[in-house]
Every structure is written in C-alpha cells, then in structure tokens.
Design a protein around this ligand. Structure first.
Ligand code: ATP
Length: 234
C-alpha cells in the first residue's frame, strides 16, 4: 500500500533563500513520524511545504493525490491539519470559538466532537467561555491540538509542540498525541527535543541544512551512540 504522505525531492525557498534542497520522506497511514534537526535545518519549512504555505516544488502526494497545485485551504479540506509553531490561536476569542474555527473546513454537527475534545481536555471544557489568551503556554498547546482534532484530520502536522514548555507538560502533550494516534490519526511531528519525539515516533528523519541527513526506525537511531551525539544532541 502506498504511504499516506510522500515527499520526493521537495525544494522550498523564501525569496532568494533556499530552505529545503530536495527533501524526500514517507509517512505510513497510522504512524507517528518525527522530523528532527537543529535550528534552521528546515523542519518548519517541511511542514509549510506540505500545507503549501511556502513556495515549493517537487512531488508531494497525500493519499495518492498530488498536492502540487492544491491551495492551503483545500489541503486542510483534504484532511491535513497543521498546528504551527506558536500555535496560531486567536487569543481574544474564547476557547470555544477557537475550537469552532478548527472545524470550519468540514460539515456536520460539532456537538459530539466538542464532547470528545472536552473528555480529552477537561480544562478546555471548564474554561470554554474564557479567552484563549488567558491560558498558560501548555494549555494553549493543548487548545491548538484540540482545535486540530475538531478538523477531524487524517494527518496531523505538529510543529515543535514542546517549545517553551516544562517537561511534565511536554509529556502530557505527547501522551495525548499518542492517544489521538491510537484513534487513527497519522502524525508528522517536528521537534528539536529529539529524545521525547523518539519516545512516541516509530521512525524519524533528521534534517541538516535543508536535506535529510539520515532516517530510520526510532529505536535504531536511539541505539547508536554516535548518531545520538552527532545528530540528536544527547
Ligand atoms: P527552527 O527550529 O528554528 O524553527 P527549522 O528547522 O524549523 O528551525 P526553518 O524554520 O524551516 O528551520 O528554516 C529553514 C531555513 O529557512 C533557515 O535558514 C531559516 O533562516 C530560513 N527561513 C525560515 N523562515 C524564513 C523566512 N520567513 N524568510 C527567510 N528565510 C527564512
């Protein structure tokens, strides 16, 4: 069976600055795959290339269909949710309003999905009428995840969920990501925190200056001490 997501030789640039120099990667349906690498390696740009929010070329296929000419909004409509770095929430809107916005690309009643979201994240239910900006950093990351869930995506693109958060909150967020994955959501997660990402991902790609430096099953990458030291930073 073809992978759910395939990138072949993807190049992306910001004006004259080339950020990706030909990235190829695959994500099987049902998997959690991590994209690791240092600052500026091209992790965020890889996600932007998939959701078509950066100028890119090369081949990107989702569920066998080329996304080359598909605009960002239609890509969301196909079932790809993107939680960007910085989370992309609307701080003046309430938690409930943010959640409703997450569902704008799809039809159907929201009530049962909201109930499921509140079961995963009881705090969001209790505080649903408060402004999103009143939440702590970790709670905002949970709201960003919950909003993506409202889109009922087949593929979740998650950019640096651990950024700026205490380790205990990071563990909680990755626990929820794993649960969402168990329910059938495929996940491509970008992380600088390789150690935590490799705990949940089945395989990982390590980027270096816009190219794939290495990839393989998480356990294999972690087992190799020189890989850990040279590429993963621990
Ligand atoms: P970080 O963890 O810092 O976000 P990253 O691996 O996600 O790093 P990218 O943000 O994808 O890396 O950046 C890849 C390259 O593209 C870097 O050289 C960066 O300076 C450059 N870049 C990113 N965004 C822009 C932009 N808006 N304009 C110009 N260059 C950019």
């Amino acid at each position: 069976m073809a992978p759910l997501l395939e990138l072949h030789d993807v190049v992306a640039s910001y004006g004259p600055v080339k950020a990706l120099h030909g990235i190829s990667l695959e994500v099987e349906e049902g998997a959690i795959v991590a994209v690791l690498g240092a600052n500026g390696a091209g992790k965020t740009t890889t996600l932007r290339a998939i959701s078509n929010t950066v100028r890119r070329s090369g081949e990107i296929r989702f569920d066998g269909r080329s996304l080359g000419r598909t605009c960002a909004e239609s890509i969301a409509g196909l079932g790809i949710a993107h939680v960007p770095e910085g989370r992309g929430l609307f701080p003046e809107l309430t938690i409930l309003e943010n959640l409703r916005l997450g569902a704008y690309t799809r039809r159907g009643p929201l009530k049962s999905d909201l109930e499921r979201v509140y079961a995963y994240f009881p705090l969001l239910g209790r505080r649903r009428n408060e402004q999103a900006g009143s939440l702590s950093g970790g709670e905002q990351q949970m709201l960003a995840l919950a909003r993506a869930f409202m889109q009922r995506p087949r593929l979740l693109l998650l950019d640096e969920p651990s950024l700026g958060l205490a380790p205990i909150i990071v563990s909680e967020i990755f626990r929820i990501v794993k649960e969402l994955n168990r329910e059938g959501m495929t996940v491509l997660v970008v992380e600088q925190n390789a150690h935590i990402a490799l705990q949940v991902a089945s395989s990982a790609y390590v980027l270096e200056v816009g190219t794939v430096a290495l990839h393989g099953p998480s356990a294999e990458l972690e087992r190799d001490e020189s890989v850990r030291r040279s590429y993963l930073g621990y």
